[in-house]
Design a protein around this ligand. Structure first.
Ligand SMILES: [Zn+2]
Ligand SMILES: [Zn+2]
Ligand SMILES: [Zn+2]
Length: 323
């Protein structure tokens, strides 16, 4: 086994041993070790893709051009540093190696949170982090490296990872169950339930305090990882923006309409889904049906509809000037 791959295995195994310790200080080291192991699995793929004699060019942070004896241009790795997480993603992308990075991003988020805020360091947090780790480790080992996770990591370690994933799935199912009865004001929010996330720690393990409550306005949500409590006002705009992210991305790059409007009635930013004729505030329920300026027929923004009635900002200004 190559050094990079054996380091990856050791790192993940040590992390899983840390995770079994009752000492809460080892929660962070468990997450750190498992994450380091995941990055090493990625580096192993980059090593395998590097040409022989290139000093593992794709694994190195810096790449230098060389002319060989025949005068041909080649590239070699240089310097002591290896690629970081950002560079790994970039290189995988240009090399056409597809990986769903979502679980790794989550894992990084937990690590940063633990390092900066040092909250609970609780079991639930570890379970979620390792559950995410199991998903990406499986993809990297089976699909990217074409190896068998149980033989590579050892049966004990791999079973412990799968167990975390199962525990996490179970916790997520329980959380979703507590939210299932809520009647959301906006149909778009009804579709975005799976995008609900804690605004503090990024966990998806959000439960409703009162399982029997069906009223969005009276709902209290609680993150079972960091214990943050909040109302629909914090949850809804965030879930909607995540749900509508593809549209939002197009709006930013192609100059289309931003898919969420700020609500002039309740004052919450990003509470009105604008696409597909809905245009109802997901928090207060006020509607802002599409309208156009009575003079120039330009489409009116939500603010113009609420403040000017049937005139665009320019023609309202003109009308006031004429008076
Ligand atoms: Zn949280
Ligand atoms: Zn509103
Ligand atoms: Zn106008």
């Amino acid at each position: 086994m190559d050094t990079i791959l054996s380091n990856a295995v050791q790192s993940i195994q040590i992390g899983m041993e840390d995770s079994k310790s009752p000492d809460p200080r080892r929660v962070l080291s468990a997450i750190r070790n498992v994450q380091a192991g995941i990055l090493l699995l990625c580096k192993e793929k980059l090593r395998l893709l590097s040409p022989l004699g290139s000093d593992e060019v794709l694994v190195r942070e810096r790449i230098a051009p060389h002319l060989n004896a025949a005068g041909e241009l080649t590239f070699r790795g240089t310097g002591p540093k290896t690629v970081d997480q950002h560079q790994i993603k970039e290189r995988f992308k240009t090399l056409g190696v597809k990986v769903n990075w979502g679980p790794l991003d989550k894992l990084t988020g937990y690590r940063n949170n633990l390092e900066h805020y040092a909250f609970s360091g609780a079991r639930s947090e570890l379970t979620e982090a390792l559950g995410q780790a199991a998903v990406i480790i499986q993809e990297l080992v089976e699909d990217v490296l074409a190896l068998d996770p149980a033989s590579l990591l050892g049966a004990d370690c791999w079973e412990a990872l799968l167990e975390s994933e199962a525990l996490y799935e179970l916790a997520l199912t329980k959380c979703r169950y507590t939210i299932a009865a809520i009647r959301w004001i906006s149909p778009a929010m009804g579709q975005a339930v799976e995008d609900i996330e804690c605004s503090v720690c990024g966990s998806q393990l959000i439960e409703q305090a009162d399982v029997t409550n069906t009223d969005q306005r009276r709902a209290t949500f609680r993150c079972i990882v960091c214990h943050m409590e909040c109302s629909a006002e914090e949850i809804v705009p965030f879930a909607l923006s995540k749900h509508l992210f593809a549209d939002a991305y197009l709006a930013m790059t192609d100059g289309g309409e931003w898919p969420l409007g700020d609500c002039p009635s309740c004052g919450v930013a990003g509470a009105i889904p604008l696409g597909e004729g809905e245009r109802i505030c997901a928090l207060c329920g006020d509607g802002f049906p599409e309208a156009s300026c009575a003079v120039c027929h330009a489409a009116l923004s939500v603010d113009e509809i609420s403040e000017n009635g049937s005139l665009c900002a320019y023609h309202l200004h003109q009308a006031l000037k004429d008076d």
